[in-house]
Unconditional design. Structure first.
Length: 311
């Protein structure tokens, strides 16, 4: 029985770049203040979820050598769709020329891991090829007068093609969790902007990432020393450092693109993963830990054995 594996991957970022110096002209802040507290230097803004997703998906499908009629399902992880109705997944489906089911999945910044795990279940259920996209346009719901939040967010997209062509399992262990009691710590009402209790989110995020990662590794029957690469949600460099310290994993193993992207929600993990792959930081057979948290508060982790197609 073939197993699901990732056969194509690509990302997309909108053209407009907003620097910390640009933000210092908008709110009371500075490049030094933002960099020290978050690790962010620049972010891409003014993106549309449907456009970024379509671009990333086309490139991922081209890499996998997959035509539109071969995709069995499109799964879009996003918390900032272009409109309330219809699902942005349906718009992307039409742009790509697909003839399959399509739906949005909203688990905030944990969304891409939720989506990847979900795709693997559909593969196990008999589907052959699934397009998984993580895409967010947080700049569209950011309060650019709130210096506590506007320094963090950016836009982007990442897409994976998942196929049932693996000779061994690639998803070894996973954990999906939500704690609705913390829903009021990070939220956005219809027609409004993001509101966040940064300190409370920080504390809960570190613990949520640790718990999700430990559960996923336990299910995969691996320990932290066996993990070659950690791909954390790119929210804040201090959160990443604190979570990895609790997991006893050195920062040298982390894939981090935060400085140039900011927090792109569901796009952040694929953006960091693809950057690591492109820079030869992971080899076939390596174990990769994907781990994130988000509004909800959601959390998710997955241990993946990297099994790309042979070139």
């Amino acid at each position: 029985m073939p197993y699901g594996r990732i056969t194509g991957w690509a990302t997309n970022l909108p053209d407009r770049i907003l620097t910390n110096d640009d933000l210092a002209q908008m709110v009371d802040t500075s490049d030094e203040w933002i960099t020290t507290r978050t690790g962010v230097k620049t972010r891409h803004i003014d993106g549309k979820v449907t456009e970024m997703s379509t671009s990333a998906a086309l490139d991922a499908m081209a890499m996998a050598g997959v035509s539109p009629d071969q995709i069995d399902l499109l799964l879009l992880a996003t918390t900032s769709p272009d409109q309330q109705i219809p699902a942005s997944a349906s718009v992307i489906q039409h742009s790509l020329g697909l003839t399959c089911g399509a739906f949005d999945l909203n688990a905030a910044c944990s969304g891409f891991v939720y989506g990847l795990v979900t795709a693997m279940q559909f593969i196990q259920g008999g589907m052959e090829r699934i397009l998984v996209i993580g895409s967010d346009s947080l700049s569209s719901i950011t309060n650019w007068e709130d210096r506590g939040t506007c320094i963090l967010f950016g836009d982007g997209a990442g897409a994976f093609v998942v196929e049932n062509s693996g000779e061994q399992p690639s998803l070894l262990g996973w954990d999906l969790m939500s704690d609705g009691e913390a829903a009021d710590l990070l939220y956005c009402e219809h027609g409004d902007k993001i509101v966040m209790d940064g300190q409370a989110v920080f504390r809960k995020a570190v613990l949520a990432m640790e718990a999700a990662a430990l559960t996923a590794m336990d299910k995969a029957n691996v320990v932290s020393d066996e993990i070659k690469l950690v791909v954390p949600h790119q929210a804040n460099i201090r959160i990443i450092e604190a979570a990895l310290k609790r997991l006893d994993i050195p920062m040298e193993k982390a894939a981090v693109v935060l400085s140039s992207t900011g927090n792109t929600s569901a796009a952040s993990i694929p953006l960091a993963f693809v950057d690591a792959v492109n820079n030869d930081r992971v080899e076939p057979g390596d174990l990769v830990l994907l781990v994130g948290f988000g509004a909800g508060m959601t959390s998710a982790a997955a241990v993946v054995r990297w099994d790309p197609p042979k070139t």
